[in-house]
Design a protein around this ligand. Structure first.
Ligand code: G6P
Ligand code: MN
Length: 445
């Protein structure tokens, strides 16, 4: 079984490789191919993987290449985890937005649109190559903005592309934990778009336990989302939103916190990672130790501005060990070995949310088996959530249209229609600002 990882020089690749090392089952991945545009980053990550593999006699082999077509040929699974424009690009996405007084987060608001506009043309090219060179492969998309990118690729790969995100999984796990339920036995009623979804129920043995949580203020205030959103607001909503909804429900506070931060998240990670890759270029450095230290610092500071503005304090120790790689492995196993399971994934709507068309990629629990991921029926969203989902999906469609046509006016429309961009003039300034700093947006005319 051959797994190709696009963005193979990326910082989170060792998480995936670590999960593969823990998989002892029949039909597991035996060959890993790392693809990246940057040979230096590939060598750095390969060093970490080699140290991880040292104690495992039957570890998957690792090869690295900068030739995309070579990497794709013969792949059974392809993980796409690329970052077009790098972390410097992410920092620029934040800065240009904050200069206009709006949010520049990598996936939400103006920053997410800018990131989407430069990523879509690249992933469309990848999808077309996959369709040609590895038509039977499954493409698992981690590349952000994950919902939009998955939809762009689905136009070429149909249901063979599946988007993943660890945030709904983490949310479900936290709710199950405070309710004393086993996350494996719980059915989580969650739906929306990537980074824009709500948990409306958590059913154990046919009984919805969420009302018990919503009624108990102490319990509700004891975990991440309770601290971030406040118990009153969760009780008013009657649901637990994905943490990324903090940028919507508390937008003003989030923008203020991001503007006042010493460094934006993108700038912090840019500098942190530059240090790590620099360290890896020294032959005597301990690769795995350096990687793990850098990872721990990254996880501890995740969404720290949001938590600070809400007075939510430090992250819970149980929330630090991601889950990103676990979702990826569970999905791959379910498909490759027909191990039927339920996972929250980004797939085409196919009638699940009646307000959206069949091809709109949504985030929803799916039954997964050898035939792929099939969205399951969920309760309808309340009107305010449907409104947000439709507004953001309309923005995503403008991004896809702008990427296809190269129209600057369509790009302006994408920004202007976003609920977190409050004026058409701001949208125009954003397009001017982003095209001035991003060579990857030169196609907008
Ligand atoms: C969460 C999100 C991902 C994001 C990751 C890292 O897991 O779901 O989409 O890539 O956080 O965020 P960071 O700010 O550390 O890059
Ligand atoms: Mn995500």
């Amino acid at each position: 079984m051959k797994l190709t990882i696009l963005g193979g020089g990326g910082f989170r690749v060792p998480l995936v490789y670590g999960a593969l090392l823990g998989d002892r089952g029949e039909g597991r991945v035996t060959d890993v191919v790392l693809h990246d545009l940057d040979q230096g980053r590939l060598s750095a990550v390969a060093r970490v993987l080699a140290e991880q593999a040292a104690a495992h006699p039957d570890a998957p082999t690792v090869t690295a290449t900068t030739d995309l077509d070579d990497a794709l040929r013969g792949a059974d699974f392809i993980f796409s985890a690329i970052r077009v424009g790098g972390l410097e690009g992410r920092a620029a996405d934040e800065r240009v937005a904050l200069d206009q007084g709006v949010l520049g987060q990598e996936t939400v608001g103006a920053g997410g649109i800018a990131y989407g506009l430069r990523t879509v043309p690249v992933v469309v090219d990848i999808a077309q190559r996959v369709a040609r060179l590895a038509p039977d492969a499954w493409l698992i998309n981690f590349t952000n903005p994950a919902g939009l990118v998955t939809e762009a690729m689905s136009r070429h790969l149909g249901d063979r592309v599946i988007g993943i995100c660890d945030s709904p999984v983490g949310l479900g796990r936290r709710i199950a934990r405070v309710l004393g339920a086993n996350p494996r036995e719980a059915w989580i009623d969650y739906v929306g778009l990537n980074h824009l979804g709500w948990v409306r129920g958590l059913h154990v043995a046919g009984r919805d336990e969420l009302p018990r949580l919503l009624a108990d203020t102490d319990l509700l205030g004891s975990f991440e989302e309770g601290k971030l959103f406040g118990t009153d607001w969760l009780q008013s909503l009657g649901a637990i939103p994905n943490e990324y909804l903090h940028y919507y429900y508390f937008n003003r506070e989030a923008v203020r916190a991001y503007s006042q931060a010493e460094k934006t998240r993108g700038a912090f990670l840019r500098d942190q990672q530059a240090g790590f890759y620099e360290e890896m270029s020294r032959p005597d450095s301990a690769a795995l130790t350096a990687w793990d230290r850098t990872r721990a610092e990254r996880e501890a500071t995740y969404m720290s501005e949001n938590r600070e503005s809400a007075g939510a304090g430090e992250r819970d120790a149980d929330d630090l060990s991601g889950g990103y790689e676990k979702v990826a492995l569970a999905l791959m196993r379910a498909i490759a070995r027909d191990e039927r399971t339920t996972l929250i994934l980004n797939v085409r709507n196919q009638g699940t949310l009646t307000a959206l068309d069949a091809d709109a990629v949504i985030e929803v629990p799916c039954l997964v088996d050898a035939n792929g991921a099939h969205p399951v029926a969920v309760a309808p969203l309340p009107d305010h959530a449907t409104g947000l989902v439709c507004a953001v999906k309309a923005v995503e469609r403008e991004v896809l249209a702008a990427a296809a046509s190269g129209s600057r006016a369509t790009a302006v429309k994408a920004f202007a229609l976003h609920p977190l961009v409050d004026s058409v003039n701001v949208a125009r300034n954003l397009v001017d600002g982003y095209t001035a700093v991003h060579p990857g947006l030169a196609y907008l005319k």
